[in-house]
Design a protein around this ligand. Structure first.
Ligand code: GDP
Length: 386
């Protein structure tokens, strides 16, 4: 269920209590729906032989460095035959599962999938660092039989590019085409006709096919799961930031309706507190999704070599690179033009405005930050390197 379908199918259930002036009942219903939206599970299985780069991919996807607390251990020889779950640090409803290489378990594909509990996975990513093997193909065929989706990812492409760069007639495009063709040919020889292969470097997610992988997953996923994937996507390009912005805008209607409905509950002292709590939750969500929380900005600084103070210097929002508290939010809100509308909100159009103002702080801030990364960092080829 997307926010749009939520509007269509659930509008009536909220409308009735609102029409009867039962704002508490309406607020409870909206809150329940927002909670449901935020907790939609997404389970992603990452499989491939030992050393293929699974753990590094899991960490990069979760925005963690390999040596950070909670990161999947990398560069270690596999000893377990069980799937290890790695919930996203900010969105624990999204879990990346580091699966043992099928070769290490010595099980046939069908038994392997049973062993790792294939039913719970929304899709599989099969990673290989050199050539896809017969095991990879058997696994893909079995996944297909189970009516699940899988995607072939060729990892460590940065290594290939670096090696080829030494060649006098080097062309990045030609090198990538050669790697892709080689993978496709190999998979074809093993019985997979015209498979799509995504070339990825976990050290440089903003390059090569990682964005294309996201677009493909987005297209293949059921509608109600797309936002869950989008919110955990690293902010590697303006398109992803724009999509996040659109998703948040769609949600604003419900948040501000809830905020206004709760504010109208005639309990002294409750309205403002609950009202602010709803918005603190939403704003914290924006901060995380745009990577504007302090740990994410520090990580960005470490990775890119751009001093933290320089990143901070381009942030204009008072709600970024700080801890979001009710006090801070209320202070900012009262400074924002037309804030009074929030307190006496009447009608859905008016309810939309204050949160929109808050949100625009984020969008402009996120854009400024990304602009800096795009213009000042990526153009120098530093972005994403370690
Ligand atoms: P796993 O056994 O499949 O989990 O593989 P790891 O994630 O532990 O990676 C094995 C080695 O490959 C580690 O030394 C990683 O640093 C390295 N590695 C993983 N992904 C990449 C990548 O995208 N580029 C490069 N250059 N090295 C990578």
């Amino acid at each position: 269920m997307t926010d749009d379908t939520l509007t269509a199918s659930h509008g009536a259930t909220f409308k009735e209590p609102l029409q009867k002036n039962n704002t508490a009942a309406a607020a409870a219903k909206i809150e329940e729906n927002i909670k449901q939206q935020n907790n939609i599970p997404l389970n992603i299985a990452i499989t491939g032989e030992s050393g293929a780069g699974k753990s590094t991919f899991v960490n990069a996807f979760r925005g963690l460095c390999d040596d950070e607390e909670g990161a999947a251990p990398t560069g270690v020889t596999e000893t377990t035959s069980e799937a290890t779950p790695y919930p996203h640090p900010k969105y624990p409803n999204v879990i990346l599962w580091d699966l043992p290489g099928i070769g290490t378990t010595k099980f046939p594909a069908k038994k392997y999938l049973k062993l790792v509990g294939f039913e719970k996975f929304d899709f599989f990513i099969i990673i290989s660092t050199t050539r896809f093997t017969e095991n990879d193909v058997k696994l893909a065929q079995e996944i297909q039989k189970m009516k699940k989706k899988f995607y072939f990812v060729r990892s460590k492409v940065d290594n290939d590019i670096r090696a080829e760069r030494r060649n006098r007639h080097f062309s990045e495009e030609r090198t990538l085409t050669k790697i892709r063709d080689d993978c496709v040919q190999r998979l074809g020889g093993l019985g997979f006709e015209s498979p799509q292969v995504f070339l990825v470097s976990s050290f440089e997610l903003h390059l090569y096919d990682f964005n294309l992988l996201h677009q493909t997953l987005d297209k293949d996923l059921p509608k109600n799961k797309r936002d869950a994937l989008l919110f955990v996507m690293p902010n590697i390009n303006p398109e992803i930031i724009r999509k996040k912005k659109e998703a948040f805008k769609r949600r604003l209607y419900w948040l501000t309706t809830l905020s206004a409905a709760v504010a109208a509950v005639p309990l002294p002292g409750l309205s403002i507190a609950v009202d602010a709590a709803v918005l603190v939750g939403a704003v914290t969500h924006y901060v995380f999704a745009f990577g504007l929380d302090i740990p994410s900005l520090k990580r960005l600084s470490d990775r890119t070599g751009v001093p933290y103070a320089d990143l901070q210097a381009v942030i204009i929002s008072p709600l970024a690179a700080v801890e979001i508290t009710t006090e801070l939010l209320l202070k900012v809100m009262t400074q924002v033009e037309r804030t009074a509308t929030l307190m006496a909100a009447e009608g859905s159009k008016q309810w939309n405005e204050p949160a929109h103002v808050i949100c625009s702080h984020y969008f402009s801030c996120a854009w400024k930050c990304r602009q800096l990364i795009q213009d000042k960092i990526c153009s120098y080829g530093v972005c994403g390197q370690r």
